[in-house]
Design a protein. Structure first.
Length: 198
């Protein structure tokens, strides 16, 4: 029996995270900071971003994003279990995946809905009140959550997520008539396989 156990050496691994959901570049950068700056150091791993980007629709709306990392660790299995757990806990969309050294693993169960407001030049106070009202319509998280708002071709676009796109759209349809600003708004599910807008 050896007196001294051989210490495992850190190894480099390529990891790609694909978010099958609308993620603005600002939110993608925040995700990168959280993963690289906070999560991985807690797992005794280091990482550098080696690529990625945001997929856009013909109208310029974010449709998905990728984050490509090179992770150095002695225990990549532990890192992957924690990374997938955090992504799931934070509501990554169904149809997303994490690839480790080229091998994909499906993750996610959340469904996403867009509310295209089709309004321009909304005063910030009105926008804040509208955001609060729409979140309250979703039961402050019992049905879904407001993830972010980005600028679309025809005004602000709200992104909502939760266990059921259909339930989110039903709740928002009931709330829209209370907001004259949203007379021309459009709701659409953007998660593959979820119920679509009528």
């Amino acid at each position: 029996m050896a007196l001294f156990a051989r210490k495992p050496k850190p190894a480099r691994h390529r990891v790609t995270i694909h978010f099958a959901q609308p993620v603005s570049p600002t939110t993608r950068h925040a995700q990168e900071d959280g993963i690289v700056g906070t999560l991985l150091p807690q797992l005794d791993a280091t990482a550098q971003i080696i690529g990625g980007g945001t997929g856009l629709s013909p109208d310029g709306e974010p449709t998905s994003c990728d984050i490509e990392l090179e992770i150095t660790t002695v225990d990549i299995d532990r890192v992957m279990v924690s990374l997938v757990g955090v992504l799931d806990d934070n509501g990554i969309a169904r149809g997303s995946w994490v690839a480790l050294d080229g091998v994909r693993h499906l993750v996610g169960s959340s469904e996403f809905v867009l509310l295209r407001t089709r309004i321009d030049n909304v005063p910030s106070a009105d926008a804040a009140a509208l955001t609060t009202a729409l979140q309250e319509a979703l039961g402050s998280g019992s049905i879904g959550w407001h993830d972010e708002t980005f600028s679309g071709a025809n005004g602000p676009v709200y992104v909502f997520s939760g266990p059921s796109a259909e339930n989110i759209m039903t709740a928002l349809r009931l709330a829209l008539p209370a907001h004259p600003l949203l007379d021309g708004a459009e709701l659409a599910s953007v998660t593959e396989g979820a119920a679509k807008a009528e």
